[in-house]
Design a protein around this ligand. Structure first.
Ligand SMILES: *Cc1c(COP(=O)(O)O)cnc(C)c1O
Length: 353
C-alpha cells in the first residue's frame, strides 16, 4: 500500500491513563475514495492533517455518513491485537446499506488498518485500561445541495490513544431514564452506526449531564415503555438470576461487545434472555430487591457498571452502587482476552503483523 510520509512527526502525549478519550490523534491515517466511475480506489496511508472540503459537500448538510469504533491492544509479548474487527467491517457495510452508501471491500479496509497499525505501533499505550482507539468513517463528499445519496465518498481511519471512556473510570455510572426525547424509532436509523443518531441524542445527553448523570437510558420512541440502550452502550440487567438485555428490535444498535457478552454468559450456563424489558419491570425489581446488577457494554467503555438509575424523579440504587459479580466476570473475561492475559477461546483476537 502506498504510504505518503510526513516530514515532521507529532509530539506524543504521555501514553498513560491521563489520556482521556479521543483527544489525541496519531501521525497517519488510512484513506480511500469512491466515485461512481471508479468504485473504491486510491487506498493509501497519508499524514493525518486537516483536509479541505467545499462547504456545499453533502456530509455537512445531510449527515450521510457512518462510522465504527474498535480498539487495538498491546499484548504482553509486544505484539498487537484488534478485537473482532471482521464484526465491525460487516456492521459498517450494513450501516452503509441503510444510508445509501456503496458497500466497501472489507479486506481492503482490514489491510489498510493493519498497515496503519504497524506504522503507528509506537502510539499504542500500555498502561492498564488504555488502548489505541480506531475510528473508521465514511462521509459523503459530493459537492451539491439537494437531498440525494452522494455519488462520491471518502473512507478514512484515524487512530487515537485512549484511557478510560468515563472520567471516573470503572466507578459505577449514573443513568437517567429519558421519557421525552427519542434517539431512534422503528424504521429509523437506530440500528445503523450513522452520524446523525448522535446529533439526535445530544440534547438529552446535555440535560442529563447538567443534572449530574453520566448518560441517558433510552426508551422505545413509540410508547416510552421499553428499555432500548444507553446511546453509546447496550444495556444489561440481572434480575432474580436472569441476565436480560433488550432484543434487537430494529431501533437498537447491535453491539459487538453485547454479542460477545451474550456468548460468554450462555457458554457459562447463565440464564440469558434477549427480550423486551419495560422500565416498569426494571424499577419494580429495584424496589423488591431482585435487581442485582445493571451494566452497559460498548467498545469505548468495555463493560461499565451502572450504580443508579433515575426514573420519573426517583432514584433507584443498584447493588449498593457497587460493581456486581456478573459485571466483574464479564469485564475480566473480555479485557483478559483483549489484553492477552486470558486464553482466547473464541478466536476474538486478531494479531496484526
Ligand atoms: C457503537 C455503539 C454501541 C456499542 O457497540 P460495540 O460494538 O459494542 O462497540 C452501542 N450503542 C450505540 C448507539 C453505538 O453507537
Amino acid at each position: 500500500m502506498q504510504v505518503i510520509p510526513r516530514t515532521v512527526l507529532k509530539q506524543k502525549p504521555k501514553l498513560d491513563s491521563s489520556l482521556g478519550f479521543g483527544q489525541y490523534f496519531t501521525d497517519y491515517m488510512f484513506t480511500m475514495k469512491y466515485t461512481k466511475e471508479e468504485g473504491w480506489h486510491d487506498a493509501k496511508i497519508e499524514p493525518n492533517e486537516p483536509v479541505k472540503f467545499d462547504l456545499a459537500t453533502t456530509i455537512f448538510h445531510y449527515a450521510q455518513g457512518v462510522f465504527e469504533g474498535m480498539k487495538a491492544f498491546l499484548q504482553p509479548d509486544g505484539s498487537v491485537c484488534v478485537f473482532r474487527p471482521d464484526e465491525n467491517w460487516a456492521r459498517m457495510n450494513r450501516s452503509c446499506e441503510r444510508m445509501c452508501i456503496p458497500q466497501f471491500p472489507a479486506e481492503l479496509a482490514e489491510e489498510g488498518l493493519e498497515e496503519l497499525l504497524k506504522l503507528e505501533k509506537g502510539w499504542i499505550p500500555s498502561a492498564p485500561g488504555t488502548a489505541l482507539y480506531i475510528r473508521p468513517t465514511i462521509v459523503a463528499t459530493r459537492v451539491m445541495l439537494g437531498v440525494h445519496a452522494s455519488t462520491e465518498y471518502l473512507f478514512f481511519i484515524i487512530l487515537s490513544p485512549v484511557g478510560s471512556y468515563y472520567a471516573h473510570g470503572l466507578e459505577p455510572t449514573k443513568l437517567i431514564v429519558e421519557s421525552y426525547y427519542a434517539r431512534s424509532a422503528l424504521g429509523g436509523t437506530g440500528e445503523a452506526k450513522c452520524l446523525g443518531n448522535y446529533a439526535a441524542s445530544m440534547k438529552a445527553g446535555e440535560e442529563a449531564e447538567e443534572k449530574g448523570f453520566d448518560q441517558v437510558l433510552w426508551l422505545d420512541s413509540a410508547e416510552k415503555k421499553y428499555v432500548e440502550e444507553v446511546g453509546s452502550m447496550n444495556i444489561f440487567f440481572v434480575i432474580g438470576g436472569e441476565v436480560v438485555t433488550p432484543a434487537l428490535v430494529g431501533s437498537i444498535l447491535p453491539g459487538i461487545t453485547r454479542k460477545s457478552c451474550l456468548q460468554i454468559l450462555r457458554d457459562r450456563g447463565y440464564r440469558v434472555s434477549e427480550r423486551r424489558i419495560s422500565i416498569e419491570e426494571v424499577v419494580a425489581a429495584a424496589e423488591n430487591g431482585t435487581l442485582d446488577e445493571a451494566f452497559g457494554t460498548g467498545t469505548a467503555a468495555v463493560i461499565s457498571p451502572v450504580g443508579l438509575i433515575r426514573y420519573q424523579g426517583k432514584d433507584y440504587p443498584i447493588n449498593g452502587g457497587r460493581m456486581g459479580e456478573i459485571t466483574r466476570m464479564l469485564y475480566d473475561t473480555i479485557t483478559g482476552i483483549q489484553y492477552g492475559t486470558k486464553e482466547d477461546v473464541y478466536g476474538w483476537r486478531k494479531y496484526i503483523g
